[in-house]
Design a protein around this ligand. Structure first.
Ligand code: ADP
Ligand code: ZN
Length: 525
C-alpha cells in the first residue's frame, strides 16, 4: 500500500526521526512512550501543545493491530488523520462528515490490516454496532484524548465519554492510554475511576513555562499598581484581566487616559466589536486588551509579552491558563496578579450560591483555596504552582518571591499550635472550627464537642481570626497540613507536618500577608 512506508521498526528515536521528522523527544514523551510500549495503561497529564498525540501515535506504529483514538472534535480528528497520512502512516476516521469514498477507504484498510490508527468520536465508538464490528479486528490499543471529558467535575463534561469504560471492556479490556491537559487531583481521580480497571501509570509533565515571570501582590491601589506594571512594558502587547464587564470598561478607559493603546473585550459587547478588537490585538503591535475571562480561548498570539490580573482569578487552573497566554514564543514574558480579601469573598460567594451539586462546590472551593495559598506562598511561586500539578522543581529565580524575597518570621510555634488543634480533634474539622478553638471562642459547635476542654483551646488568642486564616493557608501551602479532596474542610497533618510538630524541622512564614492593610515598604516592578 502506498501510504505504508514502514513496518514495525523497534527504535522509538528512529521512528521519531524518520517518520515524524523530529530530532528529539520533548520532556516527558520518551518515558510515556516506553511505558505504553511495555503494555501498561497510562494516564498522562500534559498542557496543550506539549505533544500528547505523538505519545500514542508512535507506539501505535511499533506494534501490529489497530489503535483506536478517541477524540471529541471532528476538526481535530481530520487534522490529525491528514498529518499522519502525510507522514506516510495509514490512518482514518469514523465520523458523521465522512463521504462514501473515505468510509470505503477506511473499511478496506481495516479489513486488509493496513490501518494503524482509527480516529472515532466517543458517541460513534460507543454505539453497540461499532464496538461489535471493531471487536472483529485486532484492536491493540485504545487512546483517549481530552480524557477530562469523562469527569463531571471537569469544565467540559461529555456524557458520551462516560461510556468509554464500557467500550474498553467490550474490546476485551484492551490496553488503554488517556491524555488530558486538565491536571487537578479531583479530575484525575475521577478519570481513573471511570476509565480504568486498575490504576494506570500516571505522568505529569511539561507544566513549567520558565520564561514567564510570576508575581502576585495584595491590592492597594489597583489603577496605580496596574499602571506601574504597564509602564515597564510600553509598546508591548498584553492582556489585563478584570473581574466584571464594568470593571473591564473602566480599566480600558483609564488606561486609554494614561496613554496606553487599550481595547476592551467582554461578553457584553456585540460580536462585531469583539471580533474587531481581537483582530487589532492580533495584527498590530503594542495593543493592550482589557478583558474578562471571555477573552483568550483559542487565541494564539505568540508574542504576548505580559498578562496582568486586576483581580484574583477564579481558581488556580484559571490562573495557570490565563498567564499561559503570555510568552508562547518562549521569549521572556511578565505577569502580575493582584488579589484582595474582596476577591476571595466574591469567589467564595459565587461558589456557594452556584447551582452546582455539593460535590462540585467542594472541588471548586478546593481549587480556589489552592490559588489563595499561592497568593500567600512563603517561597518560590513556581514551585507552589507546579506542586499543584504534581510537578516538582527547584526554586525558579524568575518570580517575585525568588527575586525580592519576603519578610519571614519563624512560624514553627504557630504551626505546632495549629497542627495540635487539628490532631486533638481527630483530623475531622475545618478551618473555622479549628480557628475558634485556637483563639478560644466558645461557639455552639465548640461546646457541642466539648472542645473548650482541649489543651489547645485558646493557645492562639494572641492573633486575630484573619491572621489565623492566613497562617492556615500558608501552612497548607508549605505542605504541613492537607485537605482531603472528597472531604473539603477536614484538615489532616502530613508527614512533613509531623517533622515540624516534633521540632525536627522549622518553618518560616510571611509577615506581610498577616496585615494586608499595613503600608508597604517595598514597591518594585
Ligand atoms: P497537544 O495534543 O499536547 O496539545 P500536539 O500533540 O498537538 O499537542 O503537539 C503540539 C505540536 O508539537 C505539534 O505541532 C507536534 O507536531 C509538535 N511536536 C510534538 N512532539 C514533538 C517533538 N518531539 N519535537 C518537535 N515537535 C513536536
Ligand atoms: Zn521562584
Amino acid at each position: 500500500h502506498s501510504a505504508t512506508k514502514m513496518l514495525q521498526p523497534n527504535d522509538p528515536l528512529r521512528l521519531l526521526n524518520d517518520i515524524f521528522g523530529f530530532e528529539n523527544f520533548r520532556s516527558g514523551q520518551k518515558e510515556i512512550i516506553d511505558t505504553i510500549i511495555s503494555g501498561a495503561d497510562v494516564l498522562a497529564i500534559m498542557p496543550t501543545g506539549a505533544g500528547k498525540s505523538l505519545c500514542y501515535q508512535l507506539p501505535a506504529l511499533m506494534r501490529s493491530g489497530l489503535t483506536i483514538v478517541v477524540s471529541p472534535l471532528i476538526a481535530l480528528m481530520r487534522d490529525q488523520v491528514a498529518q499522519l497520512r502525510n507522514n506516510g502512516i495509514e490512518a482514518g476516521s469514523l465520523n458523521s462528515t465522512n463521504n462514501d469514498e473515505e468510509n470505503r477507504r477506511v473499511r478496506d484498510a481495516l479489513r486488509d490490516g493496513s490501518l494503524r490508527l482509527l480516529y472515532a468520536s466517543p458517541e460513534r465508538l460507543a454505539s453497540p454496532e461499532a464496538t461489535e464490528w471493531l471487536s472483529r479486528f485486532t484492536v491493540n490499543l485504545l487512546a483517549i484524548d481530552e480524557a477530562h471529558c469523562v469527569s463531571q467535575w471537569g469544565h467540559d463534561f461529555r456524557p458520551e465519554y462516560a461510556l468509554l469504560g464500557d467500550v474498553r471492556r467490550r474490546l476485551g479490556n484492551v490496553q488503554t492510554v488517556a491524555f488530558t491537559a486538565t491536571a487537578d487531583e479531583a479530575t484525575r481521580a475521577d478519570i481513573v475511576n471511570r476509565l480504568f480497571e486498575n490504576p494506570p501509570n500516571m505522568f505529569v509533565h511539561g507544566f513549567d513555562r520558565p520564561n514567564i515571570r510570576l508575581a502576585m501582590r495584595a491590592k492597594e491601589n489597583v489603577r496605580r499598581q496596574i499602571r506601574d506594571f504597564l509602564e515597564s512594558h510600553r509598546g508591548e502587547s498584553g492582556i489585563v484581566y478584570c473581574a466584571t464587564r464594568d470593571a473591564t470598561d473602566r480599566m480600558a478607559a483609564n488606561l486609554t487616559d494614561d496613554g496606553f493603546h487599550t481595547l476592551p473585550y467582554h461578553a457584553g459587547m456585540s460580536s462585531e466589536e469583539r471580533a474587531r478588537n481581537q483582530d487589532i490585538f492580533l495584527k498590530e503591535d503594542g495593543v493592550i486588551i482589557a478583558a474578562t475571562v471571555a477573552f483568550g480561548m483559542g487565541i494564539d498570539k505568540p508574542d504576548v509579552r505580559f498578562v496582568a490580573h486586576a483581580a484574583m482569578p477564579k481558581s488556580i487552573e484559571a490562573y495557570y491558563q490565563e498567564i499561559g497566554r503570555a510568552g508562547r514564543d518562549g521569549e521572556p514574558a511578565d505577569t502580575l496578579t493582584l488579589y484582595g480579601l474582596d476577591d476571595m469573598r466574591l469567589r467564595r460567594q459565587q461558589i456557594d450560591q452556584s447551582e452546582a451539586p455539593d460535590e462540585q462546590k467542594l472541588v471548586d472551593r478546593q481549587r480556589m483555596n489552592a490559588l489563595v495559598a499561592l497568593c500567600e506562598a512563603p517561597g518560590c511561586r513556581r514551585q507552589t504552582l507546579l506542586a499543584y500539578f504534581n510537578e516538582r522543581i527547584q526554586p525558579c529565580g524568575n518570580c517575585d518571591l525568588c527575586q525580592e524575597g519576603v519578610s519571614l518570621f519563624d512560624g514553627t510555634e504557630d504551626a505546632q499550635k495549629l497542627m495540635s488543634a487539628i490532631l486533638r480533634t481527630g483530623e475531622r474539622f475545618g478551618t473555622e472550627h479549628i480557628i475558634n478553638i485556637l483563639i478560644g471562642e466558645e461557639t455552639e459547635a465548640v461546646l457541642k464537642y466539648g472542645h473548650q476542654n482541649l489543651k489547645t483551646f485558646g493557645v492562639g488568642s494572641n492573633r486575630s481570626k484573619n491572621d489565623w486564616r492566613s497562617l492556615v493557608r500558608q501552612i497548607y501551602a508549605a505542605g504541613l497540613i492537607n485537605l482531603e479532596i472528597a472531604d473539603y474542610g477536614r484538615w489532616s497533618v502530613t508527614e512533613r507536618g509531623w517533622l515540624v510538630l516534633k521540632g525536627e524541622e522549622r518553618i518560616n512564614l510571611r509577615v506581610d500577608v498577616l496585615q494586608p492593610k499595613a503600608p508597604r515598604k517595598r514597591q518594585k516592578f
